[in-house]
Design a binder for this molecule. Structure first.
Ligand code: NAD
Ligand code: UDP
Length: 312
């Protein structure tokens, strides 16, 4: 049993992770300022006294009383919609927030776990992306605030490891979706599901030939926990290698929701990566992990919860 501090615990991945940590008997302290997370994702645990909740912006220093065994830093807005609306907060939580949480791990002698991203590969020139690829990022474009903050966070994590001897793990998460997403999150899966459930047209940005590889959150969290418990220090891709164009995704969403809705085309955002798929050879070899939930099943599970939340 470990005492685990989870920053960003009220979000999609953080709240799913907390559920799994509690199941296995760990104690959880969730630190979140609810900027993109949802109180509904954690309120039952907080009200029942099953987790401690600290409402705080981790970009400013904070302390946690008592022993801490693991610090898992997931706090960060993550939707491209947020890149435009919260650019400075994103850079601060990736930079200062990573510094503060690394400092907490160091002070407590805890293992540090960083939630990094496939966005460190930018608009990748190598496909699929292995961990050894250094990426193709535009530092001054609209996505640069997120990509560079995460690249800085990885560099800071490795500096704390090399210079201060902090025990660290780094996961590079690829497009992950699930029932705990905000309905208005702005990422493609929640947009398409909400649109289909409400009988509105699906909005495809660009021509829809760009690709992504979507991982259901339960698979993602299983990989995250295996990496946390492993001895592997350097970054590791955790994602689903099944790749879809946005046109294909739209068709699958229509089938799953059973909605006869149109597709409309909107402008492609600047620097939108043309293709993305994880090479998960390392995760297979080191963790014996691979995803088990197919896109249709994951979308169906998410759609069921979304339908309830939308009241349709
Ligand atoms: P999310 O927006 O659902 O959750 C992020 C959480 O962090 C929210 O609860 C938010 O309130 C909290 N937060 C943000 N800034 C904070 C701050 N300064 N102080 C305290 N709390 C703060 O996003 P998610 O999809 O669950 O992402 C979780 C982590 O995984 C993020 O670090 C994200 O960059 C990373 N990630 C996610 C994906 C994905 O596809 N879901 C892909 C790559 C990386
Ligand atoms: N996208 C889309 N329609 C939407 C939202 C997004 O076609 O309503 C596209 C977006 O341009 C990108 C892909 O879907 O090519 C995935 O976008 P998302 O915002 O989910 O995350 P990203 O992988 O770009 O960070």
């Amino acid at each position: 049993m470990a005492r685990v501090v989870v920053t960003g615990g009220a979000g999609l991945i953080g709240s799913t992770l907390i559920g799994r940590l509690l199941e296995r008997g760990d104690e959880v302290v969730c630190v979140d300022n609810l900027i993109t997370g949802s109180w509904d994702n954690i309120s039952a645990w907080v009200d029942a006294g099953e987790i401690e909740f600290v409402r705080h912006d981790v970009s400013t220093p904070f302390e946690i009383d008592g022993p801490v065994d693991r610090v898992m830093h997931l706090a960060s807005p993550a939707s491209p919609k947020d890149f435009a609306e919260l650019p400075i907060q994103i850079m601060k939580v990736g930079g200062l927030g990573s510094h503060n949480t690394l400092g907490l791990a160091r002070a407590k002698g805890a293992r540090f776990f960083l939630a990094s991203t496939s966005e460190v590969y930018g608009d990748p020139l190598v496909h699929p992306q292995p961990e050894t690829y250094w990426g193709n990022v535009n530092p001054i474009g609209p996505r640069g605030v997120y990509d560079e903050a995460k690249r800085f966070a990885e560099a800071m994590t490795m500096a704390y490891h090399r210079f201060h001897g902090v025990d660290v793990r780094i996961v590079r998460i690829f497009n992950t979706y699930g029932p705990a997403m905000r309905l208005e999150d702005g990422r493609v899966v929640s947009n398409f599901l909400v649109q289909a459930l409400q009988g509105r047209p699906l909005t495809i940005y660009g021509e829809g030939t760009q690709t992504r590889s979507f991982c259901f959150v339960d698979d993602e969290v299983e990989g995250i926990l295996r990496l946390l418990d492993s001895d592997h220090v350097g970054p590791m891709n955790i994602g689903n290698p099944n790749e879809f164009t946005m046109l294909e995704l739209a068709e699958v969403v229509k089938e799953v929701v059973n909605a006869e809705v149109e597709i409309v085309f909107e402008p492609l955002p600047v620097d939108d990566p043309a293709q993305r798929r994880p090479d998960i050879t390392l995760a297979r070899e080191v963790l014996g992990w691979e995803p088990t939930i197919e896109l249709r099943e994951g979308l169906a599970r998410t759609a069921e919860v979304f339908a309830r939340r939308l009241g349709v």
